[in-house]
Design a protein around this ligand. Structure first.
Ligand code: LMR
Length: 398
């Protein structure tokens, strides 16, 4: 049977990890996969995570199953972190939460829930969007369409075009939005734009599905949740897929959570039974360890404070890298405007160069990025930014 299968090309993002590892050039620069790196080029385990892990290991007496919905303390902590401690929704029964294997698992749970409720629903994603949104959301049979989003001329959002597209959608269409740190462009909505978007979503009776994978890495923990909180407080229904991969540095532990807001407590309770059934059919139960770490960090005042301090260092480092990268590129490539890099937020920006230039950067300069020229700013180091800028200039023929 297997001989009838076609061999597939590598994943557009994960395939780069293998190519980078196989490159032995000491100057190599990995701007591919969205992983935070420090000035030594390492992705260390956060100290708060290490401390929580130690406490957990000392306390743990069994490895028996937890539950299909996962760790109850973690799920409650995710409701509070995403919605805000003071949100009236935290105390209400309208929001259920299910632990998932990473943000990807949460996105897939949300897509399966939508399909269970309305198999003909169309999910509208931004143009462009994270490459893996497509298989994650359409893999369960939902149809995907795109709404205008990124303005290649300004490096910002084509906001009027986006709003007009949303205005024209049939009621009950699903709109996937990035809470902050838009992947792959780094172009986010500002607060006024979130308010206008929420008004259109409400007027057109659309369902917002929010991907919240970078809370705390753009403008701040609260700032990065502005849009998600606004939509949840204003609308009868919303789905929020949360990831702890980046803000807790827990990538391989696969820690995520799906929050489902229903019109009533009864609707949320019904959604929870559906989600648990979906999870059981897909992978039975989520892995325990990473979620237990997050629950431990968020339940302890000192660990939470230590985590917040580490997260702030990461965010500020990305901002410094953005400033330095824009400056070096401006000096090396006077004919191309890279100033958008300082206006964008989170790990990613589009360099805005052709696939041919991306290939030259990889082959001649050992600089790795996805074919659409998305760069992971957090993969740069202050010391190799000048090398990177010179490589870009040479690859562009400047
Ligand atoms: C990325 O966009 O590079 C990350 O979210 C990692 C991944 O799974 O693609």
């Amino acid at each position: 049977m297997l001989e009838h299968l076609d061999r597939l090309p590598p994943d557009p993002i994960l395939g780069l990890m293998a190519a980078f590892r196989a490159d032995s050039d000491p100057r190599k620069v990995d701007l591919g996969v969205g992983v935070y790196r420090d000035e030594r080029g390492e992705t260390p385990v956060m100290q708060a995570v290490r401390d929580a892990e130690r406490a957990l290991l000392a306390r743990q007496t069994t490895k028996t199953y937890v539950a299909p919905a996962g760790n109850a303390g973690f799920n409650e902590a995710m409701r509070r972190l995403a919605l805000g401690e003071d949100s009236p929704l935290v105390a209400s029964e309208r929001v259920c939460a299910v632990q998932a294997p990473g943000g990807c698992g949460a996105l897939r749970l949300g897509a399966e829930l939508i399909r269970a409720a309305r198999p003909e629903a169309v999910v509208h994603v931004s143009a462009p969007t994270w490459a893996n949104h497509v298989p994650l959301l359409s893999g369960c049979g939902l149809k995907l369409e795109r709404y205008p989003y990124f303005d290649t001329a300004t490096g910002g959002v084509r906001f009027e075009a986006m709003l007009s597209a949303l205005e024209a959608l049939p009621p009950r269409s699903v709109v996937l939005l990035h809470a902050s740190c838009h992947n792959p462009t780094g172009a986010d909505l500002d607060e006024a734009q979130w308010r206008e978007t929420a008004a259109v979503i409400q007027r057109r009776a659309l369902l917002p599905f929010i991907d919240m994978a970078y809370q705390g890495l753009g403008r701040g923990l609260t700032e990065d949740a502005y849009g998600a909180r606004l939509l949840a407080e204003q609308l009868p229904e919303a789905l929020i897929a949360v990831s702890c991969s980046k803000n807790f540095g827990l990538y391989r532990e696969r820690v995520g959570c799906l929050l489902a807001l229903g019109e009533s407590g009864a609707a949320a309770a019904a959604a929870l039974t559906q989600l648990v059934r979906i999870a059981r059919g897909l992978y039975s139960m989520p892995p325990d360890h990473g979620a237990a770490i997050v629950a431990e960090v968020l339940a302890s005042e000192p660990l939470r404070a230590a985590w917040l301090a580490e997260l702030t260092v990461m965010r500020e480092r990305i901002l410094q890298l953005r400033g330095a990268t824009a400056r070096e590129l401006a000096a090396a490539c006077p004919h191309k405007d890279f100033s958008r890099i300082v206006r964008q937020r989170g790990m990613f920006s589009f360099l805005g160069v052709a696939p041919e230039t991306v290939r030259r950067l990889r082959e001649a300069h050992h600089v790795y990025m996805t074919d659409d020229s998305r760069i992971n700013i957090a993969g740069l180091r202050m010391e190799n930014i000048p090398y990177f800028a010179r490589a870009v200039a040479q690859a562009l023929g400047q």
